[in-house]
Design a protein around this ligand. Structure first.
Ligand code: SF4
Length: 380
């Protein structure tokens, strides 16, 4: 197999002590070599055998390679968004969790399961939101605003979570902020500015924002989306709220990865424009066979890794490195126990809130109907 290539990725690095000024910085991502069909088949069999031998379970995100998603499902693991990944890993009896995603997901699993072994195919798989919110600067920002309840997105380091009152994922962030706002709390939000301002608009909460962004979603373009919608007037627009406001404003459905997949089930919609990482299309096509999915436009003509609608760090998870970590037990995630203990509180608070919310929701087998998706087609 060929040697992996390293590519440079530019991300937003806000300087919050100095106003809302946004700097950029460079990070890197490793591009795994693609296996041949024969190598692929051999690796899949090896992974299945090793998962059994090591009594391990594979927990994968919707944005990783389709083969890894299929393997997770075929072997009794799960493919989901980061909220469900955390819940699944916590509740599964396996002593070893293999998390195919990015580093903060492995850390969250370890914090929730300090007695389990958590392995990751590549420990260098990171996230621009995590990189753009360094723990020391974030702590200084929080110290400067002691009257605010600190709410952080899951896409942050364990050290940032340790400084927070609440952790949220995109599937539950709006509900939690709504709840805090109803209690009269003022919020300090980090790190994604687009998700933060979407939630702020929906809830009217008083939110002071960190100014980070996701390098994938930040690239979706409102004007190009308008043109694409004219070419596909019947297509429903599904948007992840890490996208810019001009894109969110054109959505029929705004939601987390799971919520967007659920939206494809609506019987009277057959064509969708999708503004999130294109790794999700694998699951959408399985969930809604025969329907048409079109990727929302990015600054794709410049063809940088920022504008291909696929996260370069999620792409670092491969069959080869998954097989290697299962074989060797290397790439174990460790979290400082003191930081882990503090971070646990804000994650557990979210999981408890999610469980209560679920218990209070009337039973329905159709999430799309539950949320009245498409009931008011037009700006979300
Ligand atoms: S898609 Fe964006 S938010 Fe998700 S891991 Fe990659 S950089 Fe982070």
């Amino acid at each position: 197999m060929e040697t992996p290539v390293i590519k440079t990725v530019q991300f937003d690095l806000p300087k919050m002590n100095n106003g809302a000024c946004i700097n950029t910085a460079d990070a890197w991502a490793r591009v795994p070599a693609a296996p041949s069909p024969a190598e692929k088949a051999e690796l899949k069999e090896r992974i299945k055998r090793l998962l059994k031998e090591k009594q391990a379970v594979l927990v994968a995100h919707y944005y990783v390679d389709a083969d890894l998603q299929d393997l997770a499902e075929e072997t009794g693991g799960c493919v989901s968004d980061s909220l469900e990944m955390a819940r699944f890993g916590r509740d599964h009896p396996a002593k070893t969790l293999v998390v195919a995603g990015v580093r903060f997901m492995g850390e969250t699993s370890k914090i929730l399961n300090p007695n389990k072994t958590v392995l990751m195919p590549d420990l260098d798989a990171t996230c621009s939101l995590d990189l753009g919110c360094p723990a020391d600067e974030f702590a200084a920002f929080c110290d400067a605003h002691p009257d605010r309840t600190v709410v952080v997105y899951a896409n942050t380091s364990a050290a940032v979570k340790a400084r927070a009152d609440w952790m949220v994922t995109s599937s539950i962030g709006l509900k939690i902020v709504e709840h805090l706002h109803a209690q009269g709390k003022k919020i300090l939000w980090a790190p994604d500015r687009h998700l933060g301002s979407y939630i702020q608009k929906q809830t009217g909460a008083d939110m002071l924002m960190w100014q980070g962004s996701c390098i994938v979603h930040d690239e979706f373009k409102g004007i190009e989306l308008e043109l694409l919608r004219k070419e596909h007037p019947n297509a429903k627009v599904l948007v992840h709220p890490e996208s810019p406001e001009a894109v969110v404003a054109q959505a029929d459905v705004v939601g987390s990865t799971s919520q967007l997949i659920a939206a494809t089930q609506v019987p009277d919609a057959n064509e969708f424009i999708v503004a999130t990482d294109n790794g999700i299309l694998h699951k959408m096509k399985m969930a809604a066979p025969g329907k048409i999915f079109i990727e929302a436009p990015t600054a794709g003509n410049s063809a940088t890794c920022k504008s291909c609608a696929h996260c370069p760090w999620m792409a670092m998870n491969s069959l080869q490195n998954l097989a290697d970590v299962l074989e060797t037990g290397r790439n174990e995630i460790h979290v400082d126990p003191e930081i882990g203990r503090k971070a646990y509180t804000c994650i557990d608070r979210m999981l408890t809130f999610a469980a209560q919310l679920k218990a209070n929701v009337r039973p329905s087998s159709d999430l799309a109907k539950e949320q009245n998706l498409f009931s008011g087609i037009g700006p979300a």
